[in-house]
Write a protein that binds this ligand. Structure first.
Ligand code: AHR
Ligand code: AHR
Length: 481
């Protein structure tokens, strides 16, 4: 059996089932998700390798070899065609043209299921998916349930990394117009015990950790690498449950009456489905989604406990975040440009600005050191790397507004994440290409001899598709000095 078979036997069938990692019905053989590649803008659908099985990630890897890929559609497996696609603008605009949100990069969240490599949906700030024309979802005060499996190490405090029921017009239409899982450490509305992150319910104009609008200490900080998160609601009652997606059972963090503030009892659910954003397209949050469903009816705890057992049996586990040439922590590295006409240049810095500079064996020691980086374990994720300046110890390459800088490590979570890069085999077939850990769609690139994290085509000049593969591929050697 699989999650949606279990919900069906509990008489609370899935009305939407989304996963890039596996089939959520034991009989499902259809498409799980669609990716689009940068080289020619064509798409491919990724299906389970076998009936009810895990995603054929190898098909994605083959299709995306030597280029970039975006997740364009997360298909609904329920048969209702409640697919998730690029979210449109609403109360807030997204970063893409016409105010659309970004799509997720296809390689940001590799994991294994029973040892088989698959990919989750890595949501960077600005990224979001939505469906405003959902068949069968709960509206008004009708009952529903939902769960999601998330990455408990990937979150932030912005609004709002959500999965669930939201407005159909992308606007904040008032209290009670949403009922979605939230995950992160936002404290603008509610919070739980400790410093977070927490599973909360986004009920619109509030992230709720319990009945009261503010802190409810029965809702614990939950930081497992894989988090199972549950929110459900029916007339007069709702609940938050959660647990470790890789082992053990679920706990109930809240179950009881609706918030007392006006508008939440009865609820005014509208029935759209969002992923990675708030109801009004607030899109500053980050997180990773592996799988989740929405149900008709209020699932019993027993049904959810069986779903949790199925998630644990799927055996989510971590895998390598890097590929290509090896980087050795504690050693030094220099990055030589591979773009024809620029191969005498290395990634260097002048003060805070990261640039490329022409360097030869005759260059000064100071210039060679400006283009030499000490390889450190990734400050924001130990599966990737950070690059400390050879001539300014304690300062690292980081991105800021998508430009690269050399800046002193201030110890903040944002700094550490912005200073973490994940090398892959080079786009051009040799060397290395490095994506920002927090923005898997963005790669270290030189443009007009300045360093950026760039997407392959996008709204910034430095995102230009022309010359992208060359500009984002680097020949590495040990440090120049
Ligand atoms: O409820 C929290 C957020 O408030 C919602 O996600 C958003 O629609 C509004 O800004
Ligand atoms: O960074 C040098 C060049 O500047 C890049 O190759 C090109 O994309 C841009 O014009």
């Amino acid at each position: 059996t699989a999650p949606c078979d279990i919900y069906a036997s509990g008489n609370t069938p899935c009305i939407a089932a989304h996963s890039t990692t596996r089939a959520l019905y034991s009989a499902y053989t259809g498409a799980l998700y669609q990716v689009k590649r940068g080289s020619d803008n064509t798409t491919i659908s990724i299906a389970p390798k076998s009936k009810g099985g895990s995603a054929n990630a190898a098909a994605q890897d083959t299709f995306c070899a030597g280029t970039t890929c975006l997740i364009t559609i997360v298909y609904d497996q329920s048969g209702r065609e409640n697919h998730l696609t690029q979210a449109p603008p609403g109360g807030f605009k997204g970063p893409e043209s016409n105010g659309y949100d970004n799509l997720a990069g296809a390689i940001g969240a590799p994991v294994t299921l029973n040892g088989q490599k698959v990919y989750g949906v890595f949501v960077s700030p600005g990224t979001g998916y939505r469906n405003n024309k959902v068949s069968g979802s709960a509206t008004g005060d009708a009952a529903e349930g939902m769960y999601a499996v998330l990455d408990g190490t990937h979150y932030n405090g912005a609004c709002c990394f959500d999965y669930g029921n939201a407005e159909t017009n992308n606007l904040d239409t008032g209290n009670g117009h949403m009922e979605a899982i939230y995950y992160g450490d936002n404290t603008v509305w509610g919070s739980g015990a400790g410093s977070g992150p927490w599973i909360m319910a986004d009920l619109e104009n509030g992230l709720f950790s319990g009945q009261g609008a503010k802190q409810n200490t029965a809702d614990p900080s939950i930081t497992y690498r894989f988090v199972t998160a549950i929110v459900k609601g029916k007339p007069g009652t709702w609940a938050i449950r959660g647990g470790n997606g890789a082992s053990g059972t679920l706990s109930t963090f809240y179950s009881g009456a609706r918030p007392t503030a006006s508008g939440y009892d009865p609820m005014h659910k509208e029935g759209a489905i969002i992923l990675g954003i708030g109801g009004d397209n607030s899109n500053g949050a980050q997180g990773t989604f592996y799988e989740g469903v929405m149900t008709a009816g209020y699932p019993s705890d027993t049904t959810e406990n069986s779903v949790q057992a199925d998630i644990v049996a799927a055996k989510y586990a971590t895998t390598s975040l890097v590929s290509g040439p090896a980087y050795s922590v504690g050693g030094t590295v220099s990055f030589k440009a591979t773009t024809p006409g620029f191969t005498d240049r290395y990634l260097a810095h002048t003060g805070a600005t990261v640039n490329t500079q022409v360097i030869s064996s005759a260059s000064s020691t100071a210039l060679k050191q400006a283009a030499t980086w000490t390889i450190r374990t990734g400050l924001g994720n130990s599966g990737c790397y950070s690059f400390e300046s050879r001539d300014t110890s304690g300062s690292y390459i980081r991105h800021y507004n998508f430009g690269l800088q050399v800046a002193v490590n201030d110890g903040s979570k944002a700094f550490k994440e912005d200073a973490t890069f994940c090398p892959q085999s080079g786009f051009t077939g040799s060397g290395t290409s490095l994506h920002a850990w927090g923005y898997p769609t963005r790669w270290i690139r030189h443009y007009a001899n300045i360093g950026y994290i760039a997407s392959n085509g996008g709204v910034h000049q430095f995102d230009a598709a022309a010359s992208f593969n060359n500009d984002a591929t680097w020949a590495i050697s040990t440090g120049l000095s």
